[in-house]
Design a protein around this ligand. Structure first.
Ligand code: NAD
Length: 372
């Protein structure tokens, strides 16, 4: 009997439905090629969920997500639902709510340079040669979730002993939180080039010293085949620009990962090409890094490639279909190498007849998968 994977689709708002249609098309081609089935359950999230049910994350959506083998989210939000009224529902509540409900503690963001798009980066093409890294960011701990407070009228806090304010945030990690994110990184490295950079600030921070010890203990116990490199976060920020090809997998705490992944995203030069995976102990969620692009919604010109790269991540991490994921990646690369572009990644050298719409880009990728 052939395998069937159940995918919960959350098209969301703006260009979401348009790029979701291309993901379904491409998954059809992959299913046919690999002899597996994909079953889709579509659910509401974000603005459209607010319009239809009054809440950004309906219970039925959570049930569909929990019941699925993986969740594929396009994008949510738009000016229609922008509000400063704290009593009104907001699309982002759907996104944060589903991440929390699924316990997604590991955020994976691959930064891969597609050679035909090398000119899109602000860095020199020779500095970008061989860039292909995966940033593994801890997503539910650290500075963003630690104890915080702001106090007013604190005595003798201001200049000259006057009362002033005091504020603090706490970077806290438990051993198990570090171990589980390090495990994700080591396991990912085994399917890639076998190297992990563990990024911390162990020369200053106690939480980083524990981070380093835990990562090394796990490495010694279970992942001796993977190369482990410790790097201080300030050095990593510099190395990402100096010699980005040295990185295979980078694992780091929540805030460091937030900052470094934005820095690294600029190596590719294009928002329309970045995918992400959020993993926990249960169902994982995959989504492009861009938003709902309300300015171009409904025009059929959105770039579906970040969504298709999110499908690649889903094949790898939820279904262990590494050959299919490689084939999808090659198909995208092949289409770009032939010069095909959606409008956002076209430049003045792109001939008009090579600028295609959303559906045509999906057809080109699906067609290559079918031919292979
Ligand atoms: P955005 O990423 O939606 O758009 C920024 C610019 O990039 C726009 O000019 C847009 O047309 C373009 N763009 C984005 N994706 C594209 C694609 N696939 N193809 C072609 N062009 C693309 O960011 P924004 O304008 O700041 O936000 C718009 C809405 O999206 C807001 O409501 C915001 O809250 C929401 N948002 C959602 C997510 C998410 O769902 N994860 C992430 C970021 C922003």
């Amino acid at each position: 009997m052939s395998t069937t994977y159940r995918i919960c689709l959350l098209p969301g708002d703006g260009i979401g439905p348009e790029i979701t249609a291309e993901a379904v098309k491409v998954l059809g081609a992959i299913g046919a090629r690999e002899g597996v089935g994909f079953e889709f359950a579509e659910a509401l999230l974000g603005g459209i969920a607010i319009d239809e049910t009054g809440t950004a994350l309906p219970d039925a959506t959570l049930e569909a997500a929990h019941a699925a083998d993986a969740v594929l989210l396009a994008a949510i939000g738009g000016p229609k639902w922008d509000t400063t009224d704290p009593d009104k529902p907001r699309p982002e509540q759907g996104l944060l709510g589903i991440r929390k409900a699924l316990g997604l503690y590991a955020n994976l963001r691959p930064v891969k340079l597609f050679a035909p798009l090398a000119g899109a980066s602000t860095l020199k093409p020779e500095a970008l040669e061989g860039v292909d890294m995966l940033i593994v960011r801890e997503l539910t701990g650290g500075l963003y979730f630690g104890e915080r407070a702001r106090e007013y009228d604190v005595p003798e806090a201001g200049v000259g002993g006057a009362a002033g304010q005091r504020a603090y945030d706490t970077m806290e990690y438990r051993e198990f939180e570090v171990e589980r994110i390090a495990r994700v990184a080591f396991e990912a490295a085994r399917t890639r080039r076998g190297r992990v950079h563990s990024v911390d600030k162990a020369n200053v921070l106690e939480s980083s010293r524990m981070w380093r010890e835990v990562v090394h203990a796990l490495h010694a116990a279970e992942f001796g085949d993977v190369e482990l490199v410790d790097q201080l976060v300030d050095n990593t920020a510099m190395q990402l620009i100096r010699w980005p090809a040295q990185f295979d997998v980078v694992v780091t705490e929540n805030m460091f990962g937030d900052i470094l992944s934005d820095e690294a995203s600029m190596l590719t030069g294009s928002l329309g090409m970045l995918a992400s995976a959020s993993l926990g102990d249960g169902t994982a969620l995959y989504e492009p890094s861009h938003g709902s692009a309300p300015d171009i919604a409904g025009q059929g010109i959105a770039n579906p490639l970040a969504m298709l790269l999110s499908v690649e991540l889903m094949l790898r991490h939820s279904f262990a279909m590494h050959d299919a994921a490689d084939a999808l990646s090659s198909a995208i690369e092949g289409v770009l190498a032939e010069g095909w572009r959606t409008r956002d990644i076209a430049d003045e050298e792109t001939p008009a007849e090579r600028v295609v719409d959303t559906a045509a880009m999906g057809d080109l990728v699906a067609g290559r998968l079918g031919r292979a």
